[in-house]
Design a protein around this ligand. Sequence first.
Ligand code: MG
Length: 373
Amino acid sequence: MEFTITQISLHEIALPLVEPFRTAHGDTFVRRLLLTELVDADGVRVLGECSALETPDYLPETIDSAWTAIRDHLAPAILGKTFASPAEVSAALEVTIPSHNMAKAAIEMPTWALAAVKEGVSLSEFIGGTRKMVETGLAIGLQDSPSVLAAKVEGAFAQGYARIKMKIKPGADLEYIEAACMAADGGAHIQVDANCSYTLEDVEQLREMDAFGLMLLEQPLAWENLEAHAALQREIETPISLDESLDGLESVRNMIRLQAGKIVCLKPGRVGGFTTALQIHDLCREKGIPLWCGGMLESGIGRAYNVALASKPGFTLPGDLSPSRRYWAEDIVSPEWVMNEGGEVGVPVELPGLGVEVDRDRIRELTLRSEVV
Ligand code: MG
């Protein structure tokens, strides 16, 4: 099965959020989102989504840096060329420019959807997914007070979510964790995400979290410092799960070798796409490292890719795969993503490719700018 990419378009949309998203730069009420659209020589059209945020709070990439990287460096490396597999696309992108993984993933992942469409199977089936349902966790941002957080945690478990992930930072940690664990009857279904905000100086504070029996502590220290995570993991019981640190297969190998973490948060955008994500999945499975699928405030398009990935057997922990209505008044796919009372989202297997229809009229209404490369 060969394919030739004949056109790549970029679309920036402004997707309204149901509640403000808080970052270091303030509250935002819309998600600026970069969508990619690929067409092949047979006229098959697929959409992708870049996971980069508007500002470089998470990692250095932004939707603007990704736009430039795709237009000037990445798209030219695959346009007009014939590939025998999406893995060949990944290899062609890899040799263009260093880093820019989210930009690379935004055009690599749609080639997986394209290949699945051409084979007439769902994306999940195409990549060897085995689950028909995936467990869903809810991510909750920093809240104004422990009691506000506790109410949200209670509400989320009542809705059926399989676990809660809460953000923490120095000065807003133990009190908040305690409130969440009280509301949840213990920490077994609670994970905390520090987004690199602590240092090894904080080891006493971080060790106190052991008392709550949390599922995991996500990315406590600086992303480039695996050795420091290894040192911390030797001092605390709570399993560390790395997120920002893991930019590819090599960094996961290093995590395992140094024992810098015990659980992997996998985001296909962060590692350059599905080719590397699937390699990481297989390595973790072989080494007995649990995986969960992280989120980047995706629309229903990005969600389709993540749900397909999370249907692989190594994803034994709930992912950030919340239903459309958690974030969006109206999603850009139909059907919208929904969650059942058991906190699960169905893996679409009926339609070839992503398994959801893209609402092109709605995308057109929300578009701020478009460019054909
Ligand atoms: Mg994280």
